[in-house]
Design a protein. Structure first.
Length: 366
């Protein structure tokens, strides 16, 4: 009698795509499933893990500190998965959120390796996309062809899409149908072999089209996804192909994704310029001042992502920034003993950022 394997969904996407917000809503809407969540971040502290725990969803949350989950020197991934298998009687589904600078291919390769393949099965890989950034050309390759932050962003973004079964268009509230169709066309140009596209209004996914898809189990017609999969007035999102197996994606094992780990290694060895570090302050921060300071830094420095917490007069401040787009919120019940901001960028200067933060906020940073 064969062992019933635990399904695994991998969630990838570039920095600031909204993976954690989307995952939080997905957990909240999946109360019928007992979920285990592995959160991987490219940074010194787990902001995303803390946010998910604050939801009080009851899901089991595990932080993986290595910025490139399941890759070479990551000593946490395999033991964590093995521990989850020992607790399989209380786990229905595993979700793995990779960092914004990782490719999902390393996780996918581990899942098909001899240590995990008998016990876990990849259900699907989702790539979350910041749709406004996609539409304004932020993921396009520079015409010069020089290897810069824009070229690096474009290459990583395209590789994330190429390794996905499903692309999730996120942050689409307020976008007209024509823009959504333009976004779909752009995604299909970049990754013609994706299986289908989902729309995430209010950063929410339909669990029926997200979990339990069985996309990587032995082939049978039951699990092929044909016809429209997500609709709205005037807009239809369709799978890439309506015939046979879907554009080279095999339903037996990982098929078209088997090249992924080599691609993953090559990308990160070729471009080691991505850096992450944390800057701290013991001082209480003013929300508007800090928000404006972070936005100014993103305009003047090669910073693509900032996230963290800070103490304010009214409670704990949560700050999330994608480039110069900065959002802040205050948890009046929460507490932060000090400000902790994680900066992620392409060859950023930590000393320069510290000095600029001091100037812009009038507070101590180190």
């Amino acid at each position: 009698m064969s062992t019933l394997r635990v399904p695994v969904t991998v969630i990838t996407g570039f920095l600031g795509a909204g993976k954690t917000t989307l995952l939080s809503n997905l957990i909240r809407d999946s109360k019928q499933r007992r979920l285990a969540i592995l959160v991987n971040e490219f940074g010194e502290i787990s902001i995303d893990g803390a946010l998910l725990r604050n939801e009080g969803s009851g899901a089991e949350i595990h932080d993986l500190s290595n910025g490139l989950v399941a890759y070479d020197d990551d000593e946490d991934f395999l033991p964590t998965m093995q521990a989850l298998w020992q607790r399989r009687s209380v786990i229905d589904h595993v979700l793995i959120e990779t960092s914004g600078l990782a490719l999902p291919s390393a996780v996918m390769a581990q899942l098909q390796g001899e240590a995990l393949a008998p016990y876990f099965v990849l259900d699907a890989t989702l790539a979350v996309v910041d749709t406004p950034l996609l539409l304004d050309g932020s993921f396009g390759k520079p015409a010069s062809g020089e290897h810069s932050v824009d070229a690096s962003v474009a290459e990583l973004f395209e590789l994330q899409l190429a390794n996905a079964d499903i692309v999730v268009l996120n942050k689409i509230d307020g976008l007209a149908n024509g823009l959504l169709l333009a976004a779909e066309s752009r995604v299909r140009e970049l990754a013609p072999s994706i299986r289908f596209i989902e729309l995430a209004y209010d950063a929410k996914l339909d669990t029926r089209l997200t979990l339990g898809l069985h996309l990587h189990e032995p082939a049978n017609t039951t699990h092929r996804h044909y016809g429209p999969v997500a609709t709205m007035p005037g807009l239809t999102m369709r799978p890439v192909a309506n015939q046979g197996l879907l554009d080279g994606h095999s339903h037996s094992g990982l098929g078209a994704h088997s090249h992924g780990l080599a691609t993953h290694k090559h990308f990160h060895k070729k471009d080691p310029g991505w850096q992450s570090f944390m800057i701290r302050s013991p001082d209480t921060q003013h929300p508007d001042t800090l928000r404006e300071a972070v936005a100014a830094l993103a305009r003047s420095e090669p910073i693509l992502r900032v996230k963290g917490f800070a103490p304010t007069a009214d409670g704990r401040l949560l700050i999330q920034a994608v480039r110069s787009r900065v959002e802040v919120s205050i948890d009046q019940e929460g507490m932060a003993r000090q400000a902790q901001l994680v900066f992620i960028g392409y060859h950023p200067s930590r000393p320069r950022l510290v000095e600029r933060l001091k100037e812009l906020t009038g507070t101590v940073w180190q």
